[in-house]
Design a protein around this ligand. Sequence first.
Ligand SMILES: [Zn+2]
Length: 545
Amino acid sequence: MKKLLATIGALVLTVTFATPSQSAGVKYSVYQKTLATYSGSATGLSSVQKAQVRATVEANPNADKFICTGIRYFDQPMSVNIMVRKRAKAACEYAKQLNPELSTWFQNKPTQARSYAGKVLLTVKSPDMREEANELSLDADICKLQEDSRVRSPGDLVVDYTGEAEIRGRYRGNSTAFPFAPTALPVTGAIDVALVYVDWEDNPGTAAGYEYYQEQVKFFEDFYWMVSEHKLDMRIHSSEDWFRIPGSYEELSLTFEEEAQRGEAPRKQVFYDAAVGASDPEFDFTGIEIVFFAIPTGKSVFFHGGPHEFNFDWNGFLDTDERAIYDTTTPGDWFLNSGGDEPPWVNYVHEVGHMIGIPHQANEDAKNESRLWIQNPLNGYDIMANQGGASRTMTSWLRWLAGWLDDDQVVCATKESITEEYFELHPINEVNGDVESLVIKLSGTEAVVVESRRFDPAFDRKSKNSKNGLLVYTVDATKASAQGNQALLSPRDITQYIEERYWRSGHELDAMFFQGDSVVIDGLKIEAYSIGKDSDVVKVSKVSG
Ligand SMILES: [Zn+2]
């Protein structure tokens, strides 16, 4: 229930009334909520209105003033004043009962806005802590946890591989903590990506199919431009038409086992050779680093996710006249038949993430684990954890690790350095140079990270659950890629999912922190102090015990 109320409470209305509580010098952040319509001449609170008052009190635990305003439409008789004043009084009395510390004040006001007639507006003022925020900011290096996992130890040599021949068999996997482990591809600058269309006589490409992939690859390009803070430019080179592969598409179909990323997969290579054979005479692969093959969407060719290869971990490659290419992905049925829930661009983003060094977030050691918070502890909130989740983005920790977030966009603190501190954070998908991440080092191998999230219509799937608030998660540097090194904390109960319908599933972790929500981790209370229009404030305080 509290989850639902917090969501309702997050709605902030814009109507404002002058109040007697303005005091010079102190800046307030203002939170407003209009209670549901009263029936008839009722002056007491209905159960819905009580729930709204409770949600407002809970969303504002640091409030200085709690003002209840009964609203009379301007041409209603003065007698209405008495009724709306009683309504306001009852609302404030209930608020005071819930939190005796509150300083409450009730009043009545006329309005020209008919929709507010007879209602009660709650106005809550809390000190605006943005000016005092981020005063504690330690050297960023202190918070750069060193990976100390089954594949890597602190102080290990970081090799900047010059090419595929050198990296093959030597790379130990994408790093989960510092230092970043570069692959044969760059993580900043530009990467040349080819989109090569191939079809068959019995599975021909269409003009609409061509356009479909053009849109997909644009999402991919825009995503990396955003997530890298404009540091990584994916340059797309598309073939102008479909290249015809001789024979039937059925001769090149792949089952789940045949798509295998590791181990023997000879049938995959047959497809690669056929696709290169059809396109190479006309398509110039010079300088191309990654290839996506686009196949017609009508018939099943690749029965699972589709084949893909990484430069450090390949068991198939593209043998073009110009050069051998070891980075490729071709989305199969999982993406093409997802009804748009998991379109090809999320496959491009996820697999290319690995190609350039971004670690896998699901815990593949616990593949058969049904408890989501253990099997996929970032599920639904990061594209490296679940490509089908509602929030298609990457965490600020992954962005910092990749060098996309600069050190001055990350505020670093340690558990020991905090008694009571405020931090201001800007939403992670905004590219403006502001602080986007709070990293608090808890030990040599563990940190807790706080970041601001907003629903992003450019990339996220529509959801009935609010995605506007803070996300709080732990980072464990003893875990390697694909071991669940980042794990979400919930202000409610991580074991209680929220309903989130998506491709082949119906729930996600319940992890958003709305205003007033908090969690205690390792002796620190982390609280969503204010969720604002452009930025959020997080309060962190030491707690006893
Ligand atoms: Zn992955």
